[in-house]
Design a protein around this ligand. Structure first.
Ligand code: ATP
Ligand code: SF4
Ligand code: MG
Length: 368
């Protein structure tokens, strides 16, 4: 039985309303997503900004409610939980965010921050709390005496360690990590990633790991799910996905191997396209306006995410006909302008072009 299972989960946000308050426009942030996470494993969610990664993360913790779909944790229906059940679930599943400073109360000492979940969930008797707080600090590589200090007295990496300690206080089985190292200096990133891996090995934690950084994903994930405009387009074991991405979107994102230049006519069509958004997603396959392999069917019929015997799943009508990634070499060595834009969009990070701190992997996409 999987630890976490999501089935056809949907979340549309109303972004415009008429005079009567009726919604007239929706952002289809998550639009029919299914995945599972096994105990003790790391599933990475990757995709361009706005594809729905954070929304999906909040949905599976029931921090926001889905419009449709099913969520199960250890086989239990998460959407049927009452207040008591939800409270118990919150002990099992935690989240850490990109900006630890924003998620730590500046008026509380680290000891109070870590003591709060212990008290709320009545995990440790009051006379044992101090010892447990010190134990948690040691677990994340901080000195016990730091319990008396305030968040502003720490560096970004130390604050993320405090956020991790707070998540660990309730002894969860799953931690959602939403861009946990993106805001950190390169030199600190690998320390936090190594801490997360170490904690996983020691405590048997499962992670859903949201990241823009493919080098980080390759370093930390067991499996990867690639998202585009509210849907998963490909999911596979990390090694298999990086070695041979199948979906044209994943190929552009995960591989340095260029995909072929589309025919001249299609190239012009792609050039005219604006980047599609979750507010007005393209019909059929949501990637069709940017895909060099699109055929008429792609504009009409949404492809299903179908798995082969190994569990490698792809949502593309033409996946069986596409040339193997490694044989795709354009005659003039150039990416189409549309794909250049796509690769550039993925490489763009909110905090600027910071290289990864976990070593090069040779597959970070570069526009040529
Ligand atoms: N509360 C909300 N109300 C309206 N629209 C929202 C809301 N939350 C998210 N969205 C929209 O839903 C889409 C998905 O957003 P989400 O934050 O999940 O993307 P993301 O993949 O996490 O992006 P990023 O990589 O930038 O963090 C975006 O178009 C976003 O603008
Ligand atoms: S379904 Fe069509 S448009 Fe979508 S990725 Fe496959 S070939 Fe491209
Ligand atoms: Mg996000």
């Amino acid at each position: 039985m999987a630890l976490l299972e999501a089935e056809d989960v949907v979340k549309h946000f109303a972004v415009e309303r008429n005079l009567f308050g009726r919604p007239t426009a929706f952002v289809k942030a998550v639009d029919g997503v299914s995945f599972h996470v096994e105990a003790g494993e790391t599933l990475a969610l990757v995709g361009e900004s706005g594809c729905g990664k954070s929304t999906l993360s909040r949905l599976v913790l029931r921090l926001i409610e889905p419009d449709a779909g099913r969520l199960r944790f250890e086989g239990r229906d998460l959407l049927a939980l009452d207040a008591h059940g939800l409270r118990a679930f919150r002990r099992q599943a935690q989240i850490i965010f990109q900006d630890p400073y924003a998620s730590l109360n500046p008026r509380m000492t680290v000891g109070q921050i870590l003591g709060e979940p212990l008290r709320l969930h009545d995990l440790v008797p009051p006379d044992r709390r101090r010892a447990r707080i010190e134990e948690l600090l040691r677990l994340v590589g901080l000195e016990p005496r730091f319990a008396r200090r305030y968040p502003h007295e720490f560096s970004g990496g130390q604050r993320q360690r405090i956020a991790i300690a707070r998540a660990l206080a309730v002894e969860p089985k799953l931690i959602i990590c939403d861009e946990p190292v993106s805001a950190l200096d390169v030199s600190i990133r690998s320390q936090i990633l190594n801490l997360l891996r170490d904690l996983q090995a020691r405590l048997g934690l499962a992670y859903v790991f949201v990241s823009h950084d493919l080098a980080v994903v390759k370093h930390i994930a067991d499996r990867v799910a690639v998202m585009n405009l509210g849907r998963i387009v490909e999911t596979a074991e990390t090694e298999a996905l990086f070695a041979a991405p199948r979906h044209p979107y994943s190929r552009a994102l995960l591989s340095a191997i260029p995909v072929p230049k589309p025919q001249a006519g299609r190239s012009r069509m792609l050039l005219q396209d604006e980047l599609p958004s979750a507010l007005h997603p393209p019909s059929g396959c949501r990637f069709h306006t940017r895909c060099p392999f699109a055929i008429d069917d792609c504009r009409i019929v949404a492809p299903q995410l179908l798995a082969d015997a190994s569990g490698h799943a792809t949502a593309c009508h033409r996946v069986a006909e596409l040339p193997p990634a490694e044989t795709i070499v354009p005659s003039d060595g150039a990416l189409s302008p549309a794909l250049e834009r796509l690769v550039a969009a993925f490489g763009r990070r909110k905090e600027g072009p910071v290289p990864s701190g976990v070593g090069t992997i040779g597959t970070t996409p570069t526009a040529v």
